[in-house]
Design a protein around this ligand. Structure first.
Ligand code: ATP
Ligand code: MG
Length: 314
């Protein structure tokens, strides 16, 4: 019996350092990728037991005994545990604790095989726990791209451990990419008082690690979206006009280009589909001004693009 086709792309988000924005990046990247490429279904899988992805995406309150990642792992396919969530994102409910799962993940190739059998037709995003243990190793082996968030010198050193782990596992280092996160443009360091983000960038280049050009700003708005209520909220839907909104869109486009999916499709209608809006929010808030952010440039509507295409062909 031949195995079904593997998912088109698997992105793993990983850092051995806690609190560098892995889950925020995974969840919001899912939403931006979905908005930019409506034809590409996105599946989010959290390999930890914090439940933040469930809180953000679940539409129904969780039923006792509902299936989660643990069941998918046992069934060797996620097909029976995937749920459609908010923002048109599919997700796999997290297990209440990952200790059992970890014990069943000693072979680092299991998740890759599970994803191959699941045959998800679009992008799978794996959000990992802040460790380099069995589940994270499985996520490395399954990944086409490994996004390594770096927010400061400590997480930069931890990124070094990720690269060494990949090397030890004989995985191609080229599949990993550093993403600067939680960047506060006002923080300076070094003898010359240069912006921290520049110093980190120089060091990453010196070490020869691939780096996405787009850095994500630290934003009080994002902090509030994540923590002001029990349900974290989407940056795309709630923080339009801010620097971090623009950056996430750029990063999503950079990743699509990196995966060979750079061709732009017409945008969904305003207010429709996955919720992409062409115009910045009226009150972009102080953050944009504070960080010197530009607002999202106005773009032609999808209808205008289509019409333009038709007219050009006539
Ligand atoms: N761009 C941002 N601006 C401001 N705060 C942010 C940003 N991104 C994440 N945060 C905040 O930083 C904290 C850690 O974020 P998050 O949970 O995404 O990190 P993590 O790496 O997944 O953490 P863990 O290691 O616990 O899984 C949270 O309080 C979150 O709200
Ligand atoms: Mg997390």
């Amino acid at each position: 019996m031949s195995l079904p086709e593997a998912p088109r792309f698997v992105l793993t988000v990983s850092s051995n350092k806690g609190g560098v924005g892995k889950t925020t990046l995974s969840a919001n990247l899912a939403i931006y990728l979905r908005a930019l490429r409506e034809e590409l279904p996105i599946l989010l899988v959290g390999l930890d037991d914090q439940g933040s992805l469930d809180r953000m995406f679940s539409i129904q309150p969780r039923e006792p005994g509902a299936k989660n990642l643990k069941h998918g792992w046992a069934e060797r396919s996620l097909a029976g545990v995937i749920q459609l969530g908010e923002y048109g994102i599919h997700f796999v409910p997290s297990p209440p604790d990952v200790a059992l799962l970890k014990a069943r993940a000693e072979d680092p190739h299991i998740l890759r095989a599970i994803l191959a059998r699941t045959a998800w037709p679009g992008v799978v995003i794996l959000d990992t726990k802040s460790d380099l243990e069995a589940l994270t190793l499985n996520a490395f082996h399954a990944a086409d791209r490994i996004l390594v968030p770096v927010a400061d010198w400590a997480s930069l050193e931890e990124a070094g451990k990720t690269f060494r782990t990949l090397e030890n596992a004989r995985l191609d280092l080229e599949r990993a990419r550093v993403v600067l996160t939680l960047v506060d443009r006002r923080t300076r360091g070094g003898e010359e008082g240069l912006p921290l983000a520049h110093l980190l960038q120089d060091e990453i280049e010196r070490r020869g690690w691939p780096l996405y050009a787009t850095a994500l700003s630290r934003s009080p708005r994002v902090e509030a979206l994540n923590s002001a209520s029990g349900r974290p909220l989407s940056i795309l839907h709630q923080a339009r006009g801010t620097a971090v909104h623009r950056e996430l869109r750029e990063l999503a486009e950079e990743i699509l280009g990196d995966l060979g999916l750079g061709e732009r499709l017409p945008l969904p209608p305003r207010g429709g589909g996955a919720g992409w809006s062409e115009a910045p929010e009226a009150d972009a808030g102080e953050e944009g001004a504070e960080l010197g952010a530009e607002t999202t440039p106005a773009r032609r509507s999808w209808a205008a693009e289509l019409l333009g295409g038709v007219l050009r062909r006539l």
